[in-house]
Write a protein that binds this ligand. Structure first.
Ligand code: UN1
Length: 506
């Protein structure tokens, strides 16, 4: 029986509760093994180890800390295929996307390793003679990271790598749906030579382990990706302790298609953004805001392309749409389809749970056991109004809602009408509209003539409004989450120089 235990102070240990949950393959319904269900005592043990390790890790020169990250990158690269297969079995995304996700972690490892020789601050002249001034990034202490199942290694890499290169230590709670990816990542950190206690893994539920992390006085930062409700609760609880919190809480992302758009390109982008990862991305295309002049042609082309999508076990290279993570998510997706129907939107395609996915050609998939996986047909609603729930709420499944508009201005307003602000996209050939959209689309990420997914790791990832709280994952911006600015003045005048006062007498 495969088990994912906790990793505390450099050792794999059982949870003090001795309790475990099943880790289910969403493509087959089969158990892959079990994951520890830890308690607050396990969190405390991990935090103690992290506090102890931080007292020495912070003193290791950053370029030397980065050497470990280069090894992490090399190991991730060497194990890319093995990791991708585990990812597909545990999370369900198709193998091609799983490889892409592991690549995202590889890229992040090398990028953050480079930060070991940067971690730039500023030097600037002092207003007084024989004095210098600078700002440096200092580690904060122990960082708590709470990661989701939909990108179990990429998002963990966005958070853990910058935290570690900056001299912090980490307590990590992965999603209970994807513990084996967490285990593999931690094994790689250990194999790369990360000292014990620098990364600690505590598996279990958000309501027990996550809560204990948020409440723990020796965790100084919480970095969380997940639902808006949980994020709000973390922010309010952590706020009373003045604990820094970085939140990424989903989206309701739209592709805007104007009447002059390259429709073939727009349709390909919608297909990939809406049905890739079965719509289970924060950045998934959940709405299409289309100019009425091209609506019918766009719908026609989209329906034709949907016909070509194969649903099934993501280990099969020919499958394009894998399973939904679990039964309750499947039910939630289907409930939204019922809501869409009752709100009066027109169902153009899908809207059904797929009990027996058609057998895809090739190897591996399509065995009888697939019937117990959780699959949903790629779904399209059209003629939706912006106030409908299917046009406002995050569904996290392969459902796209088409909203017709009559003008560019109406399209921008429709995009901005939701509580979320992660990603948006516009297809047009008009340079004036492009720049206006870049300014007026109110999301943290804007794509021009590209779909809503596909963020690159060296740029900030996150969003406005209900998506976030002003922080960003990945890119240079990630360092702001995991470092404290320290401003240093060095006076070598040998006299007491008073800033703002003596300056007038120079
Ligand atoms: C997520 O869905 O939470 O931009 C992350 C993208 C990926 C990351 C998605 N690089 O779609």
């Amino acid at each position: 029986m495969e088990r994912c235990l906790n990793f505390i102070d450099g050792a794999w240990v059982e949870p003090q509760s001795q309790k475990y949950a099943e880790n289910i393959n969403p493509a087959t319904g089969e158990s892959l093994g079990v994951v520890a269900l830890s308690t607050a005592e396990d969190v405390d043990a991990a935090v103690q180890a992290a506090v102890k390790a931080q007292s020495t890790w912070r003193l290791v020169p950053a370029p030397q800390r980065a050497e470990v990250l280069y090894k992490v990158g090399a190991l991730l690269k060497a194990k890319k295929e093995e990791l991708a297969r585990i990812l597909t079995m545990e999370m369900g995304k198709v193998i091609e996307e799983a490889r892409g996700e592991v690549q995202e972690a590889i890229d992040m490892a090398f990028y953050m390793a480079g930060e070991g020789r940067r971690l730039f601050g500023q030097t600037t002249p002092s207003e007084l003679p024989n004095k210098m001034a600078m700002s440096v990034r200092a580690p904060i202490g122990v960082v708590g990271i709470i990661t989701p199942w939909n990108f179990p290694i990429a998002i963990a890499s966005w958070k853990s790598l910058p935290a570690i290169v900056a001299g912090n230590t980490v307590v990590w709670k992965p999603a209970t749906e994807t513990p084996f990816m967490a285990r593999e990542f931690v094994k790689i950190y250990a194999e790369a030579g990360l000292p014990k206690g620098v990364i600690n893994l505590v598996c279990g539920s958000g309501s027990v382990v996550g809560e204990a992390m948020v409440a723990h006085p020796d965790i100084q930062v919480i970095s969380f990706t997940g639902s808006n409700d949980v994020g709000r609760s973390i922010a309010s609880k952590a706020g009373s302790q003045l604990k820094r919190v970085s939140l990424e809480m989903g989206g309701k992302n739209a592709v805007v298609v104007m009447d002059d758009a390259n429709l073939e390109l727009a349709v390909d982008a919608i297909l990939w953004g809406a049905y890739g990862t079965s719509g289970q991305r924060c950045t998934a295309t959940s709405r299409v805001i289309v100019h009425r002049k091209v609506k019918e042609e766009l719908e026609q082309r989209l329906l034709e392309k949907i016909e070509t999508l194969t649903i099934g076990n993501g280990l099969d290279e020919t499958v394009k749409v894998g399973p939904i993570i679990n039964k309750s998510s499947l039910v939630k997706v289907h409930d939204y389809v019922e809501i869409g129907r009752s709100e009066g939107a027109k169902l153009l395609a899908g809207g059904t749970i797929v009990e027996n996915p058609p057998l895809a050609g090739g190897s591996g998939a399509g065995n009888a056991k697939e019937a117990s996986g959780h699959y949903y047909a790629p779904t399209v609603f059209t003629d939706a109004a912006i106030e409908m729930r299917i046009a406002q709420e995050e569904i996290f499944g392969p459902v796209v809602t088409i909203i017709p508009v009559d003008s560019f201005e109406e399209a921008i307003a429709a995009n901005n009408s939701v509580r979320y602000g992660l990603s948006s996209s516009i297809f047009t050939q008009d340079v004036n509209r492009v720049f206006t959209a870049m300014r007026d689309l109110d999301t943290g990420i804007v794509y021009v003539n590209a779909g809503t997914t596909g963020a690159e790791i060296h740029l900030p990832f996150g969003g406005s409004k209900g998506t976030g709280n002003g922080h960003r994952d990945s890119g240079q911006a990630a360092l702001d989450v995991f470092t404290e600015w320290k401003t240093v003045y060095v006076d070598y005048s040998g006299t007491l120089q008073r800033a703002q006062i003596d300056v007038e007498h120079q």
